[in-house]
Structure formats: C-alpha cells, structure tokens
Design a protein around this ligand. Sequence first.
Ligand SMILES: Cc1cc2nc3c(=O)[nH]c(=O)nc-3n(C[C@H](O)[C@H](O)[C@H](O)COP(=O)(O)OP(=O)(O)OC[C@H]3O[C@@H](n4cnc5c(N)ncnc54)[C@H](O)[C@@H]3O)c2cc1C
Length: 462
Amino acid sequence: MIYLRQIPHQARNMNHIVIIGNGISGVTLARHIRKNSDQEITIVSAETDYFFSRTALMYVYMGHMKFEHTQPYEPWFWKKNSINLKKGYVEKVDTQKKELKFAGGDSMHYDKLVIATGSKPNKFGWPGQDLDGVMGMYHKQDLENLEKHAPNNKVCKRAVIVGGGLIGIELAEMMHSRNIPVTFLVRESSFWNGVLPSGESEMINKHIKENHIDLRLSTNLKEIKANENGHVKSVVIEETGEEILCDVVGLTAGVSPNINFLKDSEIETNRGVLVNRFLETSAKDVYAIGDCAEQREAIGNRRPIEAVWYTGRMMGETLAQTLCGNKMEYKPGHWFNSAKFFDIEYQTYGWVFSERNKKDSEVHFHWKHKSDHKCITVAYDKDSNKFLGINTFGIRMRHEIFDKWLTEERDVNYVMEYLADANFDPEFYTLHEKEIISQFNEVNGTNIQSRKKSWKRIFTKA
Ligand SMILES: Cc1cc2nc3c(=O)[nH]c(=O)nc-3n(C[C@H](O)[C@H](O)[C@H](O)COP(=O)(O)OP(=O)(O)OC[C@H]3O[C@@H](n4cnc5c(N)ncnc54)[C@H](O)[C@@H]3O)c2cc1C
C-alpha cells in the first residue's frame, strides 16, 4: 500500500467509490469524479503503484524513453487530489456485503464499485504456454520478463511471436530494434486480414518482410518445447511439424477481459462484465468500464468489447458524470483508431470492413502509391454513395474533419472533392492529389475536381 487515509469512510458521511484498476479508464474516472465532487475515491491495482501509459511500453524496451516517462502524473498528484491508492490483488467481490477481499487477506468496504481491470493476453491451452521465456505483452511484468529473457541477441538468438494483431507487430518491432531475429506466426492467410481490406493487408505483409521478419502466414503453433531447465527451447508448427529453435515466445493472439476474479460473484459476465448503456452491471452500485466491459446491446457497428485506449477514457469520463449525480449514457460517437506497423502509420475513421466482413453494399475505392508504403481505402455505400469510412496508411488525416463528414453523412464524391481539407501532411496532397482523383474519376466515371484546402472549412464545426 502506498497510503490510505486513516479516517473510516463511514465517519465521513460520504460515498466511498472504489475503482479496481489503475489503467486509463479507472484513472480518468477518478480524475473526473474529483473535478466534480469530494467523494472518497480509492484506486486499487495489483500491477504498479502509479498509472502509466500502456501504449508506450514498447518505447521503453526500444530505448526511446524510461519507464518513469510513461507516467503522466507525478507521485504527489494523487495525494494532492485526495485519491487513495492501494496496491493489492482483489480476489473476491461480495456484492451483498459490499466488500472486496484481497489476496493478502485484508478487505475493503465500498459504497460504489467500479471494475476497470482491463485485459489479459489470450492463451489457447498450447502445450508449454507457461514455460519460462514464454510471455504476453500487456503488463509491466511482461516488459520486465522481456528485459530478462531478451535483453539482446546473444541471450535471445531468436524469438517466435504467435498471433498477428496490433500487439504482435509491436512486439516484432521491439525485438527487431535489438537485432533479435524474429519468426512471426500468423494464423490468417494475410496479416490482420479480418480487419484490413486485402490491398492494405498485403502491403503490410511486404513491409513486415522488408524489416527482415520471418513472417509465416497460414501458420499455427502446435506446441512449445522446453530445455532441461524448463526454459523454452523451440516451437513446433502445426501444419508442417517444423521445429523452430528459439529462446523467447511472445503470445499475442489477442486479449480478453481480465475478470476471472469475478467468477464466484453475483455480477453477471459473458466474455466481459456485462453493462448497459449507463455502464451499470447486474449488481447494485457496481459498474464496469474500459477493456473489461461488454455492452449488452450493440452500439451501431461497434463490437461489444472494445479494447482501445480512447474508449476506456470516454467510459471513465461518462461514468464520472453519473457518479456525480448527472446520469449519463455512454455514447462513443464515430469509430476511429490509429496504430503503427513498423514505419507505416495507420488511421481509420468510420467503417471500412475487410472483404471477409463487409456487406455487399459496401464498395471500396483503393489507391496505393508506387512506393508500396502509402495507401488509402475509402468505403461508401453502393446505392446511396454515402461515405462510410476511410483507412489511411503512411498519410496523416484530421480526425475532426472525418468526424464532421460522418456526422453530416456526406457522400463519397464530396469527400474526394474536399479531401485536401482532411489532409494533415501539407506536402502529401499536392504530391498525390492528381493521381488519387484521376483514379477515382476513372473507376467511377465522375469528373471531380479537387478543392484547395480551406482553413475556414476545417474549423467550421458540424
Ligand atoms: C502493448 C500494447 C499496445 C497498445 N497500443 C494501443 C494503441 O496504440 N492504441 C489503443 O487505442 N490501444 C492500445 N492498446 C490497448 C490499450 O492499452 C488498452 O485498451 C487500455 O490500456 C485498457 O485500459 P483499461 O483501463 O481498461 O485497463 P488496463 O490498462 O488493463 O488496467 C487495468 C488494471 O487493473 C489491474 N487489475 C486487473 N485485475 C485486478 C484485480 N483483480 N485486482 C487488482 N488489480 C487488477 C491490472 O493489473 C491493470 O493494472 C495497447 C495495449 C498494449 C498491451
């Protein structure tokens, strides 16, 4: 425990709000409750003393920053804002007594409880998945494990990464930054092709290989073998029986809600903790936010569980309003996201589905630069021409512009005509504008002329 105010909350005649999880969702919630009220707040975490930015973990390993730099708030911030911090693992939640039981044997009363326990890496029961040298890439402890088992290419002569999503490719880049040879096992026939349209997915396949990663598509892990000390020594491939010698195995086949500790509680769960639009669970005075929350009813095209940073932050902001007396529904707005695949930045606004998941009415306009490092895919409705979304690779676009166009339900011709307004890189558009518009006109039989960028339009709200 770092510190905890000594006065019992009962004596202070106010709500004790306990938040399990000091990630972005829990911490945003605590900050916003504090902005609006003086209720007692305690944040519990088993992972670290202080909140840190999980998305920046890779840069610590890559030497771009120290771990302390991933902590947005100084240690004094919590005391100054009267936010109690408790380090401990919650083993049980008793919703009748409104009590938490900790692994150390102690307990804590709550008036309102918020579950913000995030995710954990998936393990699919592979033989050897718990060996020394096998790790996920989620928690700070994973980073420490990585430093221990893969400090350099002398100790780790090869790493095998299992699972081709956003965290898998980050881990590949991390290892690559220390010149550790990487074999990357991807079950799908092309990288992340359940999410990305094929043109984009194929471009990323090539880029991964350009970075000297041994990318194995349509390849599954069969088992992980140990040496005589119980440390990983190799993996065996399901399809071919090939054995690949390695010193580290990174398991990055997705994440799932970190909610095992709730299994004996009365809180209703599915894959995650089930919540309604107000982020309320089935138990009175218990809420869930962030990666571990699962919406009972779909919100538009959104998945019931969204393991992304900004939705955790939004849920925290929303629930703070409710807990401070201003009951508020969670409304995430238009979908967006961004990531990086080695050197190629990726942004998505609205919905661009992969061929595997798209409806017949969703049409794609795809433009790719000859360098094979930049492309865009614009999705629109075949019948109405309504703009549905855009993916961009190697080109930065303005979030607020696409958000406005999606709200205004613009058609694709309008989006193409004014695309210069959305472009963040001033040089980009002048370089590629002609090519993109002429390809679009050719494919669609239109005669769109591109408009010059207008700051007035950019700063006019929808
Ligand atoms: C390597 C990596 C890169 C990522 N990059 C991006 C990105 O670029 N963009 C993006 O949008 N998202 C990214 N994400 C996802 C993003 O980080 C998560 O969506 C977000 O951090 C989830 O926040 P959270 O508050 O829900 O939970 P978490 O950050 O997981 O925090 C939950 C905390 O609760 C603790 N906890 C769990 N159970 C208990 C218990 N029983 N008792 C006590 N404490 C407990 C956990 O240890 C953890 O500290 C990335 C994730 C990883 C791992």
